[in-house]
Unconditional design. Sequence first.
Length: 343
Amino acid sequence: VCTEGSTGRFCSKCICKNEICYYWNGKQCISCESQEEAKTTFIIVICCIVAIFIFTYTICILIYQFNLKNLVEFIEKLKIAHSTTDSSYYKIVLNFIQINNGISGYITQWIFPLLSFIFACFNLKFNEVGLVCIFPSMQAVESIFTFYIVFPFCLMLFATILIIIHYIYQKIIELILNKRNEESLAILNEEQESNLKLSLTKNITNFQPTLIQKVVKYYFFILHFVYFPISLQAFIIWNCIQEDFISIEFVERITWLNCHTNEWYSLIGYEVALIIIYVVTFPLVVCVLLFLQRKTLHSRGISYWLGSAIYNSYKSEYYWFEIIIFLRKFLLAITISLTDILS
């Protein structure tokens, strides 16, 4: 009855068959073209991200070094715009995509395949973007829930590596530039030397974040990014519906999984772990930090690593409003997960 590579109730469970794996695209099981090609593509994408990161930073350094006035002013304006708007646009876009795509899991499939791919990534629907082609062991539902627990930590590790690379690269560039500046100063007279020193310090800001502050800042952005989709997954198996004419209940959003079976009970442990680690702990940590730092929230250091993702986009008297946003996301996640798909 089911097409090749699919089995279970409504043919909704994808399997590996004859060394070919299949993944769920939201409607049916699709064959992985080539596992080796998928792994190669995954590595290439990671390398491209790192290369773009390094290239962009190098261009900025060169612009400042050669004092290309118009471009320097342009970069400074971008910095000012970023500091004033901060994470507002990021939050608006993120919330819109995640919540709309969470309400209707198939909303993007009639637009464009690429948009569907991107939106699925925004909601961490990795089984719908062919991640099992790279990691075939993720066919098991336990592996998927384990991945949801581990994935944010993997993102954090990746962000840490990028920031450390950036930090080391920045120090190397600074050493090279300082050496060149010392050589330039050695051949100048006293008046020229003071003018050069003044020009070199014009673009240096008073606040320079430490490596730890940079890392913590991006940790908060990552946890902010994964909060809603993980909250959706944390309640997904609790919504059981009964099959017509048979007293067998199954999970509405994982239709091949029967409720109140050993497999179902084993997944409850993963769900509880997701709820404790992310759904409850992250907002609680934010609440505690906002309370402890309430008198110094607008100092440059605190505003950089905590405010960037949490409160800089709000008026100072409403620094706590992100807690309301977390509560709304939490209630939405429960409502979407426990409500009938067709309702």
